[in-house]
Design a protein around this ligand. Sequence first.
Ligand SMILES: *Cc1c(COP(=O)(O)O)cnc(C)c1O
Length: 393
Amino acid sequence: MSYHVNEKGYYGEFGGAYIPEMLYANVEELRQHYLKIMDEPSFKEEFHQLLKDYVGRPSPLYFAKRLSEKHNTKIYLKREDLNHTGAHKINNTIGQILVAKRLGKTRIIAETGAGQHGVATATVCALMGLECIVYMGEVDIARQAPNVARMKMLGATVVPATSGSKTLKDATNEAIRDWINNPVNTHYIIGSVVGPHPYPDMVARLQSVVSEEIQQQLLEKEGTTKPDYVVACVGGGSNAAGVYYHFLDDTDVKLIAVEAAGKGIHSGESAATSVLGKEGIIHGSKTLLMQTDDGQITEPYSISAGLDYPGVGPMHAHLYRSCRAEFISITDDEAMKAGLELCELEGIIPAIESSHALAIFKDKKFKKDDIVVVSLSGRGDKDLNTYINYFNL
Ligand SMILES: *Cc1c(COP(=O)(O)O)cnc(C)c1O
């Protein structure tokens, strides 16, 4: 069985491109060109040069000695938190803006919930001198003022989405409407391994640099290219896709996906998409998503803004259904404790998304000489207020 996308855009039974007729030309143009563009030597050279000099790659693979001692196994952290803009998202936005330029696009649109993807998109638009419009729910604009300010400083126009619940899903609808109206000059940068084919595959390939680096770095440190386990939190699934990518078809390497259980899986306030989800269509792809009996999408909840997405990318739906990856759900409280533990043992303040991945060590036991690589997807600066309120700092 392959865990990569097939030529029709499916991972097992998940994926595809379920889009309105009006969007077909845009998505089809991308589908026809993305692999060819990404395979051009000039694309690879520019992408890798920017990853090195602008993002700061390769990100270190850090052996967390004190954390390892505490949990009685070998824990390595893949330090995406040290990237420019503080998370893995920049790997994808750099790659997509280079694809957009080669397609002759001059205008970039994006949607954002917490604002992290909006900031990563505004950053690369400033870098390339392209116009940038970010759609964001009115409620999120009020909740995420620092990221709105960052986007404005970087020259982006932030457009409030005022329909529905005024959050991410409404911002996505606005972005899609914009793309339909501007098919010739505009590229839509999607921020995770979600959306219609070819987005999940394109984003996974752009993030795959992370597992390529892990192979080389582990070879230097441990004399093997293969960890025993790779662990990542899953919102849409892009940081997980990045750390899994080069291990997907090698079943010696076990994959662990960590979802946000919020206040508890069955509390009604959670984002444990795979466990709670049923098959359905969201943002143009067939996947697992949280929905009511009559198919209405349920509002997700997590203390971490990056994980409260009601669906999961089609690659991860397939990894779940086929049991290739083990899915673990972590509550708000467990994640916050694990985040604080990393601060105290290693001097690293993680993003709360990443704290979910770190929280598995409390209950799941590993062998003493297992090599466990954890994706430290982002740094905690953006979450300081949440940490302050939670711990009464
Ligand atoms: C956005 C974000 C995530 C969740 O997105 P994925 O596509 O699932 O990776 C996780 N961690 C951080 C730090 C983020 O900013």
